[in-house]
Design a protein. Structure first.
Lengths: 443, 226
């Protein structure tokens, strides 16, 4: 039954892969020992030959069900980790990198000692609101926009790697400094600026999670606010943001309107960002003025480390799964010495025997990889939901954004490639057997 | 002459000692004959068959296949001869356990890149010829030893070989089934005009053969022609 289901699927791409392997062997043989070209046979015979080999391999794997299952389990487990960790780190690093797109070309001014991730202060560092006016006075600054940014972590939840939402207070009329040309969904408006009205705009992901629409109520810091617009964006940060007038944000988080935690300074002309930053730092005490490049430099080594560790972990997992596949393939080959010797005796080319072993390991890689990708994607969603406290259902509809199809294809291809490489030593061992010795010793 | 050997010698090293498995064997095998090579275990029969069947290379001496010196052939050319001109029947049948009887017989034809439809037709025909009409879809573990040996014979005949080499084909079979197999090989030799060389210590095989050889300690000790 399993054969009936799997065979048609595998036959579609296995002949293609094995033909590539054949071609490589042929080219290498031609180069190394100068053999004459092999007479090409008709495609129907080639297909029959490839089908037969694939079928034999599948049956051989099924014959040793327990061992094959264990091997598939091992490969799947490694793939699950690779997919889950890979997708999670890729998403987080992408979101963090995206944050630097905000205020690109501008100077972000924060209090000295504040912890900044890309363009936003994530911890500490309040500034008096008058700082914005002082920054505005600095030579070369066109506009200085004060802002209050608060990342919301649900403290009752488990350890959260990523904030659940972000509130951004910004003076009315300066929305474009933050959102650029991002429009609102039909029927929405930007807040008027009257803090008494308690109007906010929310991101689409938050709106989806809490079923918010225009004129819905949302509670922030125990204050009921009215949603008057929903952003139409795919930006990870803006999707989870609550944008509100600065004064309203200050009252919500400080209870008064004296503090902010960042100022965005727009230089008068392109190319003087660094000079402006230096002038701000020299002219106003206790501030840190960060250019796009400096902001990038703060986080980039950390992201680079994360990526390197992920790559290292993936390499170790791939190596372990390769060792597992090689060991199992070696066991299979040593148990089937007589079969290979018989094939050789009845005239099977060494390449066919080589190809059989490689096809078997590749099938393990493909099947294990497919199972691993499926389960790994679910794991990635669970991780994302677990650490952000965003409901699982929201991620399921967004599966291909978390684990992209290209990433899935890459993992599948690399799992198959690793398995093929894992099969090389057993395949060589199988194809180099001395027929007469094996047949004599097997009696 | 289909096969001729000249001073064929095969030595093995077993630790410090050297075993002379085949010692300067010279023989000639004519086409369409039934040849038996009798001898006790360890006399060198199997090694001689592997040398004649181009599965192994001699330490010295030569094997001529259809008057062609096989020592000059590459591995690939020797394999081509094995595939198209030589059929093997082993004592332990050596059927591929994951394949059905029909698929086992089709396998050499698939390796020879014969069109699938022809493979199927011929495999059915061969299995019918060895009396296994109802066992086409059975795997080796579902067959009796006699049936397995019949499948092995059908497989050996798949590519219409000029020569069939059978190594103790009745060794694993009971007396009655063994006799059936000998009769089958003889019939094939007569009807297909195939040369059959059988290594055996079964006296009935020796009696039924056209040409009898005896081996002991790697030497052809007796040569009885018709």
């Amino acid at each position: 039954m399993i054969i009936k289901i799997l065979l048609p699927i595998l036959i579609i791409f296995t002949p293609m892969t094995t033909r590539i392997i054949d071609r490589i062997i042929y080219v290498l043989r031609t180069i190394v020992i100068g053999l004459k070209p092999i007479q090409s046979s008709k495609s129907s015979e080639r297909k029959d030959y490839a089908t037969r080999i694939t079928m034999m391999c599948l049956r051989n794997l099924l014959r040793r069900r327990f061992r094959t299952s264990l091997c598939l389990f091992g490969v799947s487990l490694a793939t699950i980790f690779i997919v889950a960790i890979g997708a999670t780190t890729t998403n987080y690093t992408a979101v963090i990198r995206e944050m630097n797109i905000f205020f690109s070309g501008d100077v972000v001014v924060v209090a000295e000692g504040a912890m900044v991730i890309q363009a936003f202060p994530v911890m500490g560092g309040n500034l008096p609101v008058s700082v914005a006016e002082k920054v505005q006075q600095v030579n070369g600054v066109k506009t200085a926009v004060p802002m209050l940014v608060r990342f919301g972590y649900q403290v009752e939840a488990v350890i959260q790697l990523a904030p659940t939402n972000v509130s951004i207070g910004i003076p009315p009329g300066n929305w474009s400094v933050l959102v650029g040309h991002t429009p609102l969904k039909p029927g929405g408006n930007w807040p008027s600026g009257d803090p008494g009205k308690k109007e906010v705009v929310v991101g689409p992901s938050l709106a989806g999670q809490y079923d918010l629409a225009v004129s819905s109520k949302v509670k922030v810091e125990n204050t009921s606010l009215t949603v008057i617009g929903i952003l139409d964006t795919r930006s990870a940060l803006l999707s989870r943001s609550i944008i509100l007038p600065l004064k309203l944000a200050q009252r919500l988080y400080y209870g008064h309107t004296m503090w902010i935690n960042m100022v965005v300074a727009k230089p008068e002309e392109y190319g003087i960002q660094e000079q402006v930053a230096n002038r701000i730092e020299e002219g106003i005490e206790g501030l840190e003025a960060l250019t796009t490049h400096e902001r990038h430099e703060i986080i980039e080594p950390l992201l680079h480390d994360v990526e390197t560790w992920t790559l290292g972990l993936n390499s170790v997992l791939s190596l372990l799964s390769m060792i597992l596949v090689t060991t199992v393939a070696m066991m299979n080959v040593s148990e089937r010495r007589r079969d290979f010797a018989t094939l050789d005796a009845i005239g099977a080319p060494k390449s066919a025997i080589f190809r059989m072993v490689i096809t078997e390991t590749m099938l393990i890689g493909l099947l294990g990889g497919l199972a691993g990708i499926l389960l790994g994607s679910i794991a990635a969603i669970l991780i994302a939901s677990f650490y952000t406290n965003i409901p699982l259902s929201m991620f399921f509809f967004d599966l291909f954004n978390i684990v992209s199809p290209l990433f899935m294809m890459k993992i599948l291809a690399s799992t198959a490639a690793v398995s093929c490489v894992a099969g090389v030593i057993p395949a060589i061992a199988a194809s180099r057997m001395n027929i007469s010795e094996v047949l004599r010793s097997e009696y | 002459m289909i096969v001729e050997t000249q001073e064929l010698t095969r030595m093995y090293r077993l630790g410090a000692s050297v075993i002379m498995a085949v010692n300067k064997v010279s023989l000639e095998i004519k086409e369409s004959t039934f040849v038996s090579i009798a001898g006790p275990s360890g006399s060198g029969k199997t090694t001689l068959l592997h040398l004649i069947g181009l599965n192994d290379r001699p330490t010295s001496g030569k094997v001529f296949f259809k008057n062609e010196d096989t020592s000059l052939l590459s591995h690939r050319e020797r394999r081509e001869i094995r595939l198209r001109n030589i059929g093997f029947v082993f004592q332990t049948f050596n059927l591929l356990p994951t394949l059905t009887a029909l698929e086992n017989v089709e396998l050499p034809m698939a390796l020879a890149k014969i069109p699938p439809k022809l493979q199927r037709e011929k495999a059915i025909q061969l299995l019918e010829a060895v009396g296994l009409t109802g066992r086409l879809q059975h795997r080796s573990k579902e067959l009796s030893t006699g049936e397995m040996q019949r499948v092995a014979i059908a497989r050996a005949l798949a590519n219409d070989p000029l020569l069939i080499l059978a190594d103790e084909p009745t060794g694993e079979l009971d007396s009655e089934t063994g006799y059936e197999i000998i009769k089958l090989l003889l019939r094939l030799c007569r009807t297909h005009k195939t040369t059959v060389v059988v290594a055996t210590h079964d006296e009935r095989v020796a009696k039924a053969s056209d040409v009898k050889y005896s081996m002991r300690d790697g030497l052809i000790t007796r040569d009885v022609g018709l």
